[in-house]
Design a protein around this ligand. Sequence first.
Ligand code: NAG
Ligand code: NAG
Length: 557
Amino acid sequence: MGGVVDGGMARRFWIKFRNESVFAIYSPFVICLASGVLDSDSFLYFVSQDVHFLKAFAQAYELAEEYADDDEDKIAIRELRKGVLKKLKVHDTLVREWGFELPKESTLDNAAVNYTDFLLATASGKVEGEKFPGKIATPFEKTKLAAYTLGAIAPCMRLYAFISKEIQALLDPDDSDHIYKKYIDSLSSQKFEAAALQIEDLLDKLSISLTGEELEVIEKLYHQAMKLEVDFFSAQPNVQQTIAPFSRAHDPREHNLTIFSDFDMTFTAIDSSALLAEIAIMTAPKADLNGCETHLARMSSVDLRTTWSILSSQYTEEYEQCIESILPSETAEGFNYEGLCKALEQLSHFEKAANSRVIQSGVLKGLNLEDIKRAGEHLILQEGCRGFFQEIVKDEHWKTDVHVLSYCWCGDLIRSAFLSDLNVLNVHSNELDYKESITTGEIIKKVESPMEKLQAFNDVLKGCSNDGKHLTIYIGGSVGDLLCLLKADVGIVIGSSSSLRRLGDQFGISFVPLFSGLVKKQRELKEGGGSSNWKGLSGILYTVSSWAEIHAFILGS
Ligand SMILES: *[C@@H]1O[C@H](CO)[C@@H](O)[C@H](O)[C@H]1NC(C)=O
Ligand SMILES: *[C@@H]1O[C@H](CO)[C@@H](O)[C@H](O)[C@H]1NC(C)=O
């Protein structure tokens, strides 16, 4: 995003609430705008709301200027207000320059009103949890209100700047067919960025003398403003048929949907094998005190730590070597699924050998099922992941099946992570072997390799219609997921596995950022007469950097 002073409060808030902005980016309105196929009535409805926003800004600045104590601040706010008034004056001309003519009458948008009402309430001191009975008394309290007001404006400007830059990055500079190019250029201009920055700098400056509690109020106002702005984008009426949200673009009466996801590092923030090793080490006896051997005798925690460390570095090293050895020296001309399958068969041998080594080492011996379950229940999942699945399994219309496919050694660990609220998720993984709730050190092998993951994927879909009516989405991030990612109608890559990217590149897979993929598909949707055409084995995988993107794409806001 650039620009905003490092460590400044405005920047901190923007980063903190960045995931919300994703819902604006993936809104039908923005996708259609970006792809250039938005119908001009929808566009004009949208830009005609600018007038209401600008009027509210002007009013809010007027109040803020009065509140500000410092002359320099007063001047800065006055300049901002002047800028807004000037924009109001030339708004019609601007729209004409972008190539459109505003209608004489404009309807006031409900979501726009929600934001402007909130802004003006804030600017007149009606802030939740704050008391300004009657007239605001001290100059100090007034300064605080100026900061609150700026806090409710800053995210709005930043969001527009951010969205337009995301769109502009996808535009061909020479594309004269894109009818919204001039509009997007103006929003992503240096001038617009400078204005957004100016507001953020001023917000930072006005907040310097505030207490922790008051800063929390600003954070809440910033967040609320951001949400209302995102709502404004999401709730744009009458936007034509869109590719997203996926669940709205398809009719549950005509389609079934199955979602598959990997577990380690896709759901979780840490690797489950490391977690199991940690449980083993934490619960092991400190040392072999009496040397008494039973059939479940355990290694001491010191020995376990050493053994685990050797095993895991050997795995990492040999994994890299294995990937090197299966990478073809020449990049494929096109998507080469067969070649990839052959290469991954060699990786399968390696994965199986690695698991056998773990069994033989005895590190998985003597773990208590209760300890494993407790660790599972406390497992920290990736931000936004739980919320997404909670919503998708709740959805009455879609009745989506969700399957978790994992190399994890212990299905109980996964199931206990889902116990509280996601127990409807189907788990396909290996299992640890127990004797009276204590692990024997054996793994009951089910899903050890890319081939076996694909097998599990195919097994789930056995008997499902093959007529394009059964849609599949696979979300994963490791080489083990590649075949399933490719086989699914929509393969979404999360995380940043470099081996996955390298293998993919060599076998002719295209990695496309999801938003840009959707913008392209939206264009094709128009050209292709309205059918969205998600199909497996296309050789295209979509990349995302957060679960918020997946949520926004599939369910919308
Ligand atoms: C405006 O706010 C009201 C009250 O919070 C809410 O019910 C409504 O859905 C909002 N309208 C839009 C279009 O977001
Ligand atoms: C969806 O799945 C249900 C249950 O398996 C089946 O009865 C129905 O025919 C499927 N619908 C479509 C459109 O394939």
